[in-house]
Ligand binder design. Structure first.
Ligand code: PHB
Length: 389
């Protein structure tokens, strides 16, 4: 009898030891790596708020596991993000890595996701190649090629025949410049000049002077979330609008967190993007209301949307795998996931792990005394064009 008990106890211990700690525990940990300070701090604030709202609405126990969010500040620097990702995997034994406010950060974390077989969800960064950097990388944000091509179809049909492009000089800017320009020229438009400004502390003034001199019908702009107000201030100060040059861009330019403070000069500016706080669905109205309430009047932008939907991906995968929590099982459950988001219908492409979603053309308008990106057209179910090359 005693011997049998001993053998049973010993074999249970052996089983427990053989099970990786990460999914033997009753907690399910998500390591959220975000720029909470520095130039991209608004991205960190919005993604975290989106993720926390999702948890507040759906509870923190899923498939018998207590979901724990561990938020770490990478200060916007890839080396810091890499170290944090290693610590989260090795010490905290997180089940999922997520966040990534800038492309270089997602790329720095990707090899750690691969080595540790940990699913990593890019909730913010948007260079096409990110999901190709690791078979464990997925995305809940968007890609710049996805956001840019629709605008390049719209512009020539709406009196814009010549364009200068102005982009932040790194991954997403290069993607925006390439995919907008190629499509615009294919549609018969002319790109007069391609300008690239540094990502860190850019001085837009000399670039905008060049644009004024070149006199294109429009200036196509990509700057990362939180930087739109600075470029548009210079745009108006240098009188580009008065010179008859239209500003167009991806919706990063008319970021919902900043737009309302960017002034009436913004009225009429057309952008293309996957999310607007003014998206007229019931689901989105509820999302915006709840976000506003939980964050003292802060408006959710597309970064908040990435955080919110990224958490949905994790919750659905955890349910589908019945709380088992292994990286490969979670990854398999997220591939091909389809759901109705406050932004509209989305699908995680099973092959590319990237997000397929509707892209909207929007115009800045005043609604209830506030500036919003009001959608006037939609291109359904856009896959990342960066993957089909
Ligand atoms: C990026 O670094 O990939 C990035 C950041 C902010 C954006 C878009 C892309 O708004």
């Amino acid at each position: 009898m005693l011997r049998r008990q001993f053998v049973q106890a010993a074999s249970l211990t052996a089983v427990a030891l053989a099970m990786p700690l990460a999914y033997a525990a009753d907690t399910f940990k998500i390591g959220l790596i975000l720029p909470m300070t520095g130039q991209q701090a608004s991205t960190g604030r919005e993604v975290e708020a989106g993720a926390r709202l999702y948890m507040a609405q759906h509870g923190d126990t899923v498939a018998g596991k207590k979901v724990e969010l561990i938020v770490k500040d990478d200060t916007g620097l890839p080396d810091v993000a890499k170290r944090i990702a290693q610590e989260l995997v090795v010490n905290d034994k997180v089940n999922v890595l997520a966040g990534f406010g800038l492309t270089p950060i997602a790329l720095a974390v990707a090899p750690i996701a691969t080595q540790s077989k940990t699913p990593a969800i890019t909730m913010a960064a948007a260079t096409s190649a990110i999901t190709e950097a690791s078979p464990y990388m997925l995305r809940s944000s968007f890609t710049l090629p996805q956001a840019s091509v629709g605008l390049a179809d719209w512009a020539p049909k709406n009196g814009i025949k010549s364009v200068v492009t102005l982009v932040s000089d790194y991954g997403p800017g290069n993607d925006a410049e390439k995919f907008f320009s190629e499509r615009f020229e294919k549609n018969g438009g002319k790109v007069i000049e391609k300008l690239r400004v540094p990502l860190r502390s850019p001085d837009f003034a000399p670039f905008l002077q060049k644009v004024r001199d070149a006199k294109p019908d429009a200036l196509f702009i990509f700057v990362p979330s939180g930087n739109g107000a600075a470029v548009m201030k210079q745009f108006f100060e240098r009188g580009l609008d008065k010179a008859g040059i239209k500003a167009i861009g991806t919706g990063d330019l008319t970021d919902d967190e900043q737009l309302n403070n960017m002034g009436e000069g913004m009225l009429g500016i057309v952008t293309s993007h996957h999310y607007s706080a003014a998206h007229p669905s019931e689901l989105n109205k509820k999302f915006v209301e709840a976000f506003d309430k939980a964050n003292k009047g802060l408006r959710p932008n597309f970064m908040a949307m990435g955080g919110y939907d990224g958490m949905h991906m994790v919750y659905e995968a955890l349910k589908a795998t019945k709380g088992e929590g292994s990286g490969d099982a979670l990854l398999a459950a997220m591939k091909g996931l389809k759901f109705e988001s406050p932004r509209g219908p989305v699908e995680i492409d099973a092959q590319t792990r990237d997000i397929t979603q509707d892209i909207y053309l929007r115009k800045v308008e005043k609604k209830d005394g506030q500036l919003y990106n009001v959608e006037f057209d939609v291109i359904k179910a856009v896959k990342d064009p960066g993957k089909t090359k």
